[in-house]
Design a protein around this ligand. Sequence first.
Ligand SMILES: Cc1cc2nc3c(=O)[nH]c(=O)nc-3n(C[C@H](O)[C@H](O)[C@H](O)COP(=O)(O)OP(=O)(O)OC[C@H]3O[C@@H](n4cnc5c(N)ncnc54)[C@H](O)[C@@H]3O)c2cc1C
Ligand SMILES: *[C@@H]1O[C@H](CO)[C@@H](O)[C@H](O)[C@H]1NC(C)=O
Ligand SMILES: *[C@@H]1O[C@H](CO)[C@@H](O)[C@H](O)[C@H]1NC(C)=O
Ligand SMILES: *[C@@H]1O[C@H](CO)[C@@H](O)[C@H](O)[C@H]1NC(C)=O
Ligand SMILES: *[C@@H]1O[C@H](CO)[C@@H](O)[C@H](O)[C@H]1NC(C)=O
Ligand SMILES: *[C@@H]1O[C@H](CO)[C@@H](O)[C@H](O)[C@H]1NC(C)=O
Ligand SMILES: *[C@@H]1O[C@H](CO)[C@@H](O)[C@H](O)[C@H]1NC(C)=O
Ligand SMILES: *[C@@H]1O[C@H](CO)[C@@H](O)[C@H](O)[C@H]1NC(C)=O
Ligand SMILES: *[C@@H]1O[C@H](CO)[C@@H](O)[C@H](O)[C@H]1NC(C)=O
Length: 537
Amino acid sequence: MFPFFIVLLFSFSWSVSAHNHEDFVQCLSHYSNSSSISQLIYTQANSSYSSVLNFSIQNPRFSSPSTPKPLVIITPLQLSHVQAAINCSRQHGMQVRVRSGGHDFEGLSYVSDVPFIVIDLIEMRSINVDLETSTAWVEAGATIGEVYYRIAEKTRTLGFPAGACPTVGVGGHISGGGDGPLHRKYGLAADNVIDAHIVDVQGRFLDRESMGEDLFWAIRGGGGASFGVVLAWKIQLLPVPSTVTVFTLNKNLEQNATKLIHRWQYVADKLDEDLFIMIILQTVNSSSEGGSSKITIQASFQSLFLGGVDRLIPLMENSFPELGLTREDCLEMSWIESTLYLAGFPSEEESLGVLLNRTFSGALLSSKAKSDYVRKPIPEAAFEGIWEKMYEEEVGRAILIFIPYGARMADISESETPFPHRAGNIYKILHSIYWEKEQSSVESQRHISWMRELYAYFTPYVSKNPRAAYLNYRDLDIGVNRNNITSYTQSSIWGIKYFKNNFNRLVHVKTRADPTNFFRNEQSIPPLSSSVKKTGN
Ligand SMILES: Cc1cc2nc3c(=O)[nH]c(=O)nc-3n(C[C@H](O)[C@H](O)[C@H](O)COP(=O)(O)OP(=O)(O)OC[C@H]3O[C@@H](n4cnc5c(N)ncnc54)[C@H](O)[C@@H]3O)c2cc1C
Ligand SMILES: *[C@@H]1O[C@H](CO)[C@@H](O)[C@H](O)[C@H]1NC(C)=O
Ligand SMILES: *[C@@H]1O[C@H](CO)[C@@H](O)[C@H](O)[C@H]1NC(C)=O
Ligand SMILES: *[C@@H]1O[C@H](CO)[C@@H](O)[C@H](O)[C@H]1NC(C)=O
Ligand SMILES: *[C@@H]1O[C@H](CO)[C@@H](O)[C@H](O)[C@H]1NC(C)=O
Ligand SMILES: *[C@@H]1O[C@H](CO)[C@@H](O)[C@H](O)[C@H]1NC(C)=O
Ligand SMILES: *[C@@H]1O[C@H](CO)[C@@H](O)[C@H](O)[C@H]1NC(C)=O
Ligand SMILES: *[C@@H]1O[C@H](CO)[C@@H](O)[C@H](O)[C@H]1NC(C)=O
Ligand SMILES: *[C@@H]1O[C@H](CO)[C@@H](O)[C@H](O)[C@H]1NC(C)=O
């Protein structure tokens, strides 16, 4: 019933704003004396509108005919285009969505329940690596795969701690935190940002110095979308050894997977900082001796070790002998090859080019995801209930990923950045379910309901007060701002889950940076004054 209501509201206000968007387009051409800006503006009258919109939709759940579409998409090439887009949006009461890689789990970078435009940063993706200072300037539209590739072009002994999926955009990823295989050693992507360029609500260009430390703090984990348009990050590159080791050990339930997962919880966050072992859980067909196949749960213990196999084997014998890792299970390679390996590509030098490919193969499936943090080991018996749930028939393709924290992640204080999930967290869970995009909305709802039931099952075993969540695994189930107002009380429900005590500081920064709440969405930080703030229409 709720989505239906939104659609009605939306189509009503669409006509109201029809002339706003014409004025907006007029305004853009007026502001910019470069004739080329019209080449960067797409309305539904342009034949390429739909391919530009679709290109960075990474979840087809938000690509149906009933999904609200932007009135205008602008693909800026430079600062002045972004400034013009902001100045004109404000002048004509247009709601703005900013998109970098388009991976938002709830589509917030390209969907809105009020008339809106999209600033799509796909053309602003230059990367400038400076070996002398071990830093790089990275424009927001770049993907993390592009960042890894450009670093490796210059050196094989520097890397950057960010996520495992190469098509994720740095605009959303870094402003939401950004964890990955190197975070036990170096922390989040956001922990390694040393400067940033943004455009604020007044259309001003700001760097770290001119935006001030509060705003610079907020955009490194608090989400960029509440504060402005991030144009670029200056990131600190970090040493990686010339040889790293990877392995993937698959254990199904018949191979004592449950015991191993249970045991993993006691070691995962305490392992050497050079060692990262995550678990990917999914249902698979296991073929037994007679050739007959049977459904079971498979746990893949997948690892990155920052060193050679000679150092890894004794480490594993000491800390996690139950896994039974042998040399034969391990592969030595360069760090850049390991980024391919962990993303599921062939890990060869010849394949490095796939890091530049912005097409995400997973975008063929619809999905719904949620997050959890685990602070004390889940009892072995409780896993049996999870397996039961995963066997349920209507489940599309369910994947649970357990991502270990600890080491550097636990050394950084909860208030250092808005991302608060530090000491005390053993691991994070990514709950996800995928299904064919052609399925009906009734079937889609069934998958989403299944995900919510699984999440309910986990309640006794995960973090409480708050039941913490990860901003980059956006989940509108945990609470939303109402469609036309943003209130502190409402926002604090989801805000405390994502940010704990940092939520209040984010509200204060927001109040100073964007007092009229121009930059807003279903889960944007509210300014204090706008407990009842009307939309731009
Ligand atoms: C396959 C897959 C794998 C993932 N793996 C990881 C992982 O390993 N670790 C991890 O931490 N996360 C991971 N994520 C989550 C990912 O980090 C977030 O979805 C992230 O926000 C995506 O950034 P984006 O630029 O691609 O998304 P977008 O959808 O473009 O943006 C996400 C949000 O950020 C805002 N935003 C985007 N660009 C800007 C900008 N330039 N200025 C201001 N606001 C902006 C958007 O408006 C939106 O609210 C994964 C997601 C997917 C789909
Ligand atoms: C606009 O014109 C001025 C003066 O001719 C020029 O310096 C500037 O670069 C132009 N801006 C754009 C975006 O083309
Ligand atoms: C979209 O159409 C308008 C009007 O015909 C045109 O001016 C503009 O250049 C087109 N945009 C693109 C990107 O081609
Ligand atoms: C964009 O996606 C929609 C929904 O899947 C589809 O109907 C449309 O044809 C696509 N447009 C292009 C140009 O591929
Ligand atoms: C937008 O407004 C800001 C000041 O508020 C100004 O500095 C900037 O030049 C304007 N830019 C454009 C392109 O409109
Ligand atoms: C499972 O564990 C039991 C006891 O801990 C052990 O005897 C058995 O060999 C293990 N099975 C496999 C397949 O490793
Ligand atoms: C297992 O195999 C059956 C029959 O081949 C197939 O229908 C089913 O989708 C498979 N399940 C998984 C989880 O791979
Ligand atoms: C990019 O990746 C997509 C999805 O994996 C694939 O279909 C496509 O062929 C790739 N493109 C190139 C140029 O390799
Ligand atoms: C918000 O929307 C609701 C329902 O449409 C309406 O009753 C309420 O008056 C609106 N509030 C504001 C502040 O516009």
